[in-house]
Design a protein around this ligand. Structure first.
Ligand SMILES: [Zn+2]
Length: 194
C-alpha cells in the first residue's frame, strides 16, 4: 500500500511515466488493475467513492494499492473527518461528545482516539523532525496537556511549514498531509501488503 496524491489523473500519469517507486525495494511500480471500490464518509455526511489504482513492483513483484491521501488504510471515514475528531480530542473533549458533534458512532470515535494515543509519541517525534527539516526558523509548539495534543499540534505546525515551503501543500488538509508523510500510519503502525 502506498499513499498518493488525491488527483487520479496525476497519479495515473506518474504511474505510467514510471515515477512511482516501491516502498519496499525502491524499484519502479507498473500499472496493475484496480483495488476494490470503497465508500468513504466525508465531511458533513458526504459520500466519496474511491476505486484505488493497483500497481505491481517491477523489482520484487509485490502489488501495492495506491490509496489517495484523503483516505487512511482500513478506515471508512475520510482523513479529514478523523483528523477533525482528533483535533477536538486535543482540546480535551471526550469521545461521546466528539461523536455527537460529528454525527458518528461513539465506538468509532473511541477507536480513533485510542489508536492515536498509542501512536502519539511516534507521530510527535516524526513530525518534530519534519518541522525542523521544513521550516527555516522552526518554532516548536509548546508542550500541551497530553501526548495526544502534542502530536496534533506538531502535525499542524509541520503542515504549515510544508505549505510555506511548497505552496501546493496549502490545498491539502493537515491530515491528508500527515497520512501522505507517514504512509498512512497515523492510527496504525503496521499496514497490509496490499
Ligand atoms: Zn518492490
Amino acid at each position: 500500500m502506498l499513499i498518493v496524491d488525491a488527483d487520479v489523473v496525476q497519479v495515473e500519469r506518474g504511474l505510467r511515466a514510471g515515477e512511482l517507486t516501491c516502498p519496499s525495494c525502491g524499484a519502479v511500480l507498473a500499472p496493475w488493475g484496480h483495488g476494490r471500490s470503497r465508500e468513504i464518509r466525508g465531511d458533513l455526511g458526504a459520500r466519496l467513492f474511491v476505486r484505488p489504482r493497483r500497481s505491481r513492483c517491477t523489482g520484487c513483484q509485490v502489488t501495492h494499492v495506491l490509496l489517495p491521501e484523503v483516505v487512511w488504510p482500513r478506515r471508512t471515514d475520510a482523513a479529514e473527518v478523523i483528523g477533525a475528531g482528533l483535533e477536538i480530542a486535543a482540546l480535551g473533549m471526550g469521545h461521546r461528545r466528539i461523536a455527537a458533534h460529528l454525527g458518528l458512532a461513539e465506538g468509532t470515535v473511541r477507536g480513533w482516539i485510542r489508536r492515536f494515543r498509542r501512536r502519539s509519541e511516534d507521530v510527535r517525534r516524526y513530525f518534530t523532525v519534519a518541522l525542523v527539516a521544513l521550516a527555516d526558523d522552526p518554532v516548536m509548539p509548546e508542550a500541551a496537556a497530553s501526548p495526544l495534543s502534542d502530536a496534533v499540534l506538531v502535525i499542524a505546525a509541520a503542515h504549515r511549514a510544508a505549505a510555506m515551503k511548497w505552496p501546493a501543500i496549502n490545498t491539502v488538509s493537515p491530515w491528508a498531509f500527515a497520512g501522505r508523510a507517514i504512509g498512512g500510519r497515523v492510527l496504525t503502525c503496521t499496514l497490509s501488503a496490499s
